[in-house]
Design a protein around this ligand. Sequence first.
Ligand code: PLP
Length: 224
Amino acid sequence: MTASVASNLEQVKEQINLACEKVGRHPEEVRVVAVTKYVSTERAQEAVEAGLIHLGENRDEGMTEKYEEIGDKATWHFIGTLQTRKVKNIINQASYIHSLDRLSLAKEINKRASKPVKCFVQVNVAEEESKHGLSADEVVPFIQALEEYPNVQVVGLMTMAPHTDDEKVLRNCFKDLKKLQQEIQTLNLRYAPCQELSMGMSNDYQIAIEEGATFIRLGTTLVG
Ligand SMILES: *Cc1c(COP(=O)(O)O)cnc(C)c1O
């Protein structure tokens, strides 16, 4: 039998509390995005009823299908690779886009949005070939170039850590993202407050929290 989302959430909350306690953070600083890409609309509904208001999807079809049922009872996060031609399908649903990684995408978001969209710049901190995102040294010039697009608001940085159990590798990845965030904050760009860090998944979220995550994206461990 599949565990209820509520009972999974209870365990996740315990882990969040422990991780926060270790480093003196407040658990309210960490928001959970329930990644529902593998599960049904019913299961996503269950997540909302359990109190998870942030839902994450990585395909436009998946988001639209669930949005039609759940609508504004949830805050929607687009977390996957976003093709430019699909921006129009999700722009009125997603409050957050976690995967901004190129100017052509920024241009399209800017054009389609009727108000500023909260975006995370996706960084491939570990420089893995299989992953999307900018390399660390591309991030500052990229964000500087976004000034042209007033509907793109850079609320933070996002990364996916390498798939490994090596705690040191994971920790360094998150630390590097945090450093980059601080670098951007010193630029004092009106359109890039960059106060958020979207990092940590089922496999590594406790470490991400210790290193400063403000949004963790949980699929398997939370909803299945
Ligand atoms: C699928 C996915 C997640 C959630 O992964 P889990 O390991 O199931 O928690 C988080 N972030 C992104 C970008 C994803 O594609």
